[in-house]
Design a protein around this ligand. Structure first.
Ligand code: ATP
Length: 257
């Protein structure tokens, strides 16, 4: 469904070129949950912004359903780490989720029904009249997820979306992502620093090398469906996938810059 071919990105700065992404190629199947990990500065955000059509590559191509991606496709939605800046503070939760639908669904009643459905899916049905600041960080990120899902994207692109919430909230949001994947069959590209999170959520984990990045390793996560925080993380297959990802990250860190 999504094919990434020899993607490369260099930034022109006053100190010369910064080679962020070297040569990255991979494919993503429909409905797959692909986690992407790599050390700080490996080019993860740069890669995701290119995948989302928000940043032009220096070389290479992203092909979605046979078409080159040159601008943000309507079928893609993006969730960033910084929920506080991604929501409009002066609008209600309901209005924040409704906004991207304004040009898609003309009938307001139909639009609000979709908003309520999405808020229900992320567990915020009773909070639609509140403003973002009246919610916890985890709840605000749920609003951002509801807003991204409102357009029924085929591909959800997430850049360290749970890095700013506490551990318990993070577990809840991870489980929310598993249920969304299960219910909606959404394809997810998910960047995280957290190896456990990558393995717990991913069908496959890509480890990026240090920048200029390449795909250093690909780990298939062979865990049974119906994952849960306690049982799944106690499985030998979880420990094996975690060790494979971690050792690859450690190897990359040892490569001289
Ligand atoms: N707009 C920019 N202009 C110049 N250099 C940039 C720009 N954005 C990123 N870089 C550089 O590109 C490299 C990759 O950055 P990027 O933010 O993509 O990495 P990352 O893996 O997401 O990092 P982190 O995990 O710390 O968020 C870094 O060396 C960074 O300094």
């Amino acid at each position: 469904m999504l094919q990434i071919n020899h993607l490369n990105k260099s930034y022109a700065t006053e100190h010369g070129l910064v080679h962020a992404v070297g040569d990255v190629s991979f494919g993503v199947a429909r409905g797959e949950f692909l986690a992407i990990v790599g050390s700080s500065g490996a080019g993860k955000t740069t890669l995701l912004r290119m995948l989302a059509g928000l940043l032009a590559p220096s070389a290479g191509q992203i092909v979605f359903d046979g078409q080159p991606v040159t601008a943000p496709p309507r079928a893609f939605a993006v969730v960033f780490q910084d929920y506080a800046r991604s929501l409009f503070p002066w609008f209600s939760v309901q209005r924040n989720v409704e906004l991207p639908l304004v040009n898609l669904i003309a009938d307001r009643g139909e639009r609000l029904a979709r908003v309520e459905q999405m808020l229900g899916r992320v567990g915020l049905a009773d909070h639609s009249r509140k403003r973002p600041a009246q919610l916890s960080g985890g709840q605000q990120q749920r609003v951002a997820i509801a807003r991204a899902l409102a357009c029924q994207p085929e591909v959800l692109i997430m850049d360290e979306p749970f890095a700013s919430v506490d551990a318990q909230t993070r577990n809840e949001l991870e489980d929310l992502m598993l249920s969304i994947k299960q219910e909606a069959g959404t394809t997810v590209l998910f960047v995280t620093h957290d190896v456990d999170e990558a393995v717990y959520l991913g069908d496959r984990v890509l480890v990026l090398s240090r920048s200029p990045s390449t795909v250093a390793r690909e780990v298939i996560v062979d865990l049974p469906a119906g994952r849960d925080q306690i049982t799944t993380k106690a499985l030998p297959a979880f420990a094996a996938a975690r060790a494979a990802v971690l050792s690859s990250i450690v190897e990359q860190a040892a490569v001289p810059a």
